[in-house]
Design a protein around this ligand. Structure first.
Ligand code: ARG
Length: 572
């Protein structure tokens, strides 16, 4: 059950005259400080101002009118006109007892199931994945898990760049400098070498190479048999290399329709846009102007080639026809903001306005020097080596903290802790901001890290081991969950909040709403653990009640981390 929404509905229903029930209801927030109760309705101040009434009097009248039973009693008027809501202890106990038997952790089916296409990861395939690919991959995967966790239908779509100019560069490299033996031994490394060779020549100002590479791309697109044949030969190796990284990260897709898939549709897209008067000729190219924006969306270049945006338009049409989505999320770097603004505007005028198209933008990963994260030699950081390094760093932490585990187990834990640290460091940022990559911060045992949460989880498993009791035994005894101690109560209220947190995270498309919650949950647990003896509780009833709180905390941490794509371990 979503407690916040229930309270918002109750306050919305008694909105004083002159107010907007939606705005008035949504001014209910979780309280920052338990002194002010569990939730706070803050709508009276703004409304009082706009209808020129005394805010405290207005709050008093809302207090009389609102009915929060059985969740809470009458709210309390406080300060300049706040209404503080305190949940009934008995109600909290009841809900926690219900949660014990609920493997959906309080999540109920949504009122209306939405179909959400998530376009994420979407790398350009002919070069190895690098650090820049983490954010889209990890944020997109987490959003997919969160939407699915809420009961929506998700289509995970990896819109790979498998048709772009980088293939022209590789084709040029292949034809001028290939090493067949090296390709046979390790195709991706050889292709990467050829790509880098072309790249460095072009960067160095070699116009001839640039033109030759472009000509190879044009030939590929035009259907040249040799280039098509080479493309079909290169692709499986490129895809296998990507798949290796996805498998390691535990990321999967429902469809992987790269740009090449849409190539046969592009001519018709351009023709249709021209026929509808949305695209026009400009300086030899075909473009769609967008009101308020200087540059148009180019859909056919002067040389006849189609563009990134042309493919994106074809993709919008295909997705609409195939899945009829309610929402399409593009998890892509902020720097492509203008592209998506143009794209969405053109799509809407083209008639594809059924789905909400949203650019889920994110900032850049920075190095310690606050410049985009590079290796010491100034190269982009390869994704695989970064993951390896994460595991090496995590291994140091595991070795130091868990000498009791054997070697294999420590290696297994280090993989989970290392990958968890990288993912969590990314997901716990407001996705719009840039952030500085810092091993020691992301692997800290205390603070807002995956390591801290994984450790809290493992500690709870340790309590069950030491008490020689299994969570299902406690559940089977149907204990009452007591919340008379403030630390028990604070933990209990947190545990009930998961459904509302996930809805907020989904609405804002921000996994950090979930990470913040899990961090607060682990903190509440830590206070509880310090103040409330569990195995040595004063009575069997208390002991079971506290074990139940431990169990619920562990299950919530595990589910929450799973929705971030992060695993837990029983010992660390
Ligand atoms: N391949 C693109 C890049 O690496 C990202 C694609 C994002 N998705 C899309 N539909 N445009 O920049």
């Amino acid at each position: 059950m979503n407690v916040l929404n229930r309270l918002r509905a109750a306050f919305g229903a008694v909105t004083p005259e002159g107010g907007d029930p939606r705005a008035f209801g949504s001014a209910v927030r979780p309280a920052n400080d338990p002194k002010f109760g569990d939730y706070q309705a803050n709508g009276c101040m703004a409304l009082a101002k706009s209808i020129q009434k005394n805010p405290r009097e207005l709050a008093a009248s809302v207090r009389e009118a609102v009915d929060l039973e059985p969740i809470a009693g009458k709210p309390e008027v406080a300060g300049p006109g706040f209404l503080n809501v305190r949940l009934h202890d008995e109600w909290i106990s009841q809900r926690l007892a219900d949660l014990l038997d609920d493997d959906r952790q309080g999540l109920t089916a949504p009122e209306s199931v939405r179909t959400v296409v998530i376009d994420f990861s979407s790398p350009n395939v002919a070069k190895p994945m690098h650090v820049g690919h983490i954010r889209s991959t990890v944020i997109g995967d987490s959003l997919a898990r969160i939407f699915e966790g809420l009961g929506h239908k998700v289509v995970r779509d990896n819109h790979m760049g498998d048709w772009g100019s980088q293939f022209g560069m590789i084709l040029w490299g292949w034809k001028t400098a290939r090493d067949e033996a090296a390709f046979a031994a390790d195709p991706v490394t050889e292709l990467a070498r050829l790509y880098r060779l072309a790249q460095s020549r072009i960067k160095g100002g070699d116009k001839a190479v640039e033109d030759a590479a472009r000509a190879e791309t044009v030939k590929l697109h035009a259907g040249d048999p040799e280039n098509r044949e080479l493309w079909s030969r290169f692709m499986p190796a490129c895809l296998a290399a990507l798949q290796k990284v996805y498998d390691r990260l535990g990321v999967r897709f429902d469809v992987e329709l790269g740009e090449s898939f849409y190539d046969p549709m592009l001519a018709a897209v351009v023709a249709d846009l021209e026929a509808k008067g949305i695209a026009e000729e400009s300086e030899g190219a075909t473009v769609a102007f967008v009101p308020g924006m200087k540059a148009p969306l180019i859909i056919r270049k002067r040389d006849g080639a189609y563009n990134y945006g042309t493919t994106d338009l074809a993709t919008i049409r295909y997705r609409e026809q195939t899945w009829d989505p309610d929402q399409v999320l593009y998890v892509v770097d902020t720097r492509q903001g203008d592209h998506f603004k143009q794209l969405f505007d053109v799509a809407r005028r083209w008639g594809y306005d059924g789905a909400a198209l949203e650019h889920v933008a994110f900032g850049t990963i920075l190095g310690a020097d606050r410049k985009p994260f590079k290796t010491r030699d100034g190269d982009v950081v390869g994704l695989e080596s970064l993951l390896d390094e994460a595991v090496v760093e995590a291994r140091k932490v595991v070795d130091a903290n868990s000498p009791q585990l054997d070697d294999d187990e420590r290696a297994r834990v280090a993989e989970i802790v290392g990958l968890g640290a990288i993912k969590y460091a990314d997901l716990s940022q407001n996705r719009l901001s840039d952030y500085v990559f810092d091993w020691s911060k992301m692997l800290a045992m205390h603070g807002n890290t995956a390591t801290y949460l994984q450790y809290a989880y493992a500690r709870i498993q340790g309590i069950f081991r030491r008490g020689e009791v299994r969570p299902e035994d406690v559940r089977g005894r149907r204990p009452r969950v007591l919340v008379s101690h403030p630390a028990e109560r604070a933990l209990g209220v947190r545990l009930l909040r998961l459904p509302e947190i996930l809805e907020l995270a989904a609405d804002e498309m921000k996994p950090n709403v979930l990470t913040d919650h899990l961090f607060e949950l682990a903190n509440a647990y830590s206070t509880f653990y310090e103040e409330c003896p569990v195995l040595k509780a004063e009575s069997d009833e208390r002991r079971d009640s506290r074990l139940a709180l431990c169990d619920l905390t562990a299950r919530t941490l595990k589910l929450g981390l799973n929705l971030l794509g992060i695993d837990v371990v029983d010992r660390m």
